[in-house]
Design a protein around this ligand. Structure first.
Ligand code: MG
Length: 219
């Protein structure tokens, strides 16, 4: 880990589930949206959940899945407004700020690469102020393709000219890590506890950490 870290001059960090607690998004999509969908359509919450689950499943991994405008139209609910209503639940994962603070003191270039829609991104940055630690913040919506698509990575590289052998990516999504690996990014770390309320889920495919305290000794 230490040698990997020292070799890298560019650090790519995902936001949700890597720096911010995914419990917010899980609660929002699995509980709060169904609750409001049920109210709006005058149906039981369990019926709402059974109607929404296949809709969500179908869009997984596409840019629409991350697009608030898409879901606002599709469900006829004010998705941004609903997020604001429960925005006090947005929180930073343990040790993420300490890590960013130390990282900022290094000479490495620090880029956030997120699938979050700009509206959701702004709300989360306003609540957490983690944008202070980044040189650039890139939303995959700017490129029109999510991080699960190779095109995202080629557009990112065109714009920021990072060296594949000297770049490290931290992400909680195995699908994203797989794509980044296929693109050729050499150093990949899986965040295996994206939701603080759920158990860690490690994978044998990638090096993993439970939280950023495990990196403090290499910084
Ligand atoms: Mg994530």
């Amino acid at each position: 880990m230490k040698t990997d870290w020292e070799m890298c001059n560019t650090v790519l960090l995902d936001m949700d589930g890597t720096l911010l607690d995914l419990s917010f998004d899980n609660y929002f999509w699995h509980e709060y949206v169904p609750l409001n969908f049920a109210k709006q359509n005058d149906i039981d919450i369990e019926v709402a959940k059974s109607q929404l689950t296949p809709l969500f499943k179908e869009m997984e991994g596409t840019i629409e899945w991350y697009c608030l405008d898409y879901w606002t139209k599709e469900l006829n609910l004010d998705i941004s407004g609903l997020k604001i209503e429960i925005s006090e639940k947005i929180s930073i994962l343990p040790h993420a700020v300490e890590f960013l603070f130390k990282l900022k003191q290094s000479t490495k270039k620090i880029l956030m690469v997120t699938n979050a829609h700009r509206e959701s991104l702004y709300l989360k940055l306003e609540k957490t102020k983690i944008d202070l630690y980044f040189d650039e913040i890139i939303s995959s919506h700017d490129y029109g393709v999510p991080k699960e698509n190779l095109l995202f990575w080629s557009r990112l590289q065109q714009e920021y000219c990072f060296d594949l052998d000297k770049t490290i990516l931290f992400d909680d999504s195995l699908a994203v890590l797989d794509t980044a690996k296929n693109f050729g990014i050499k150093h990949l770390i899986h965040l295996c506890k994206p939701d603080s309320t759920l158990p860690a889920k490690s994978s044998l495919k990638f090096n993993y950490i439970t939280d950023f305290s495990e990196l403090m000794n290499v910084l």
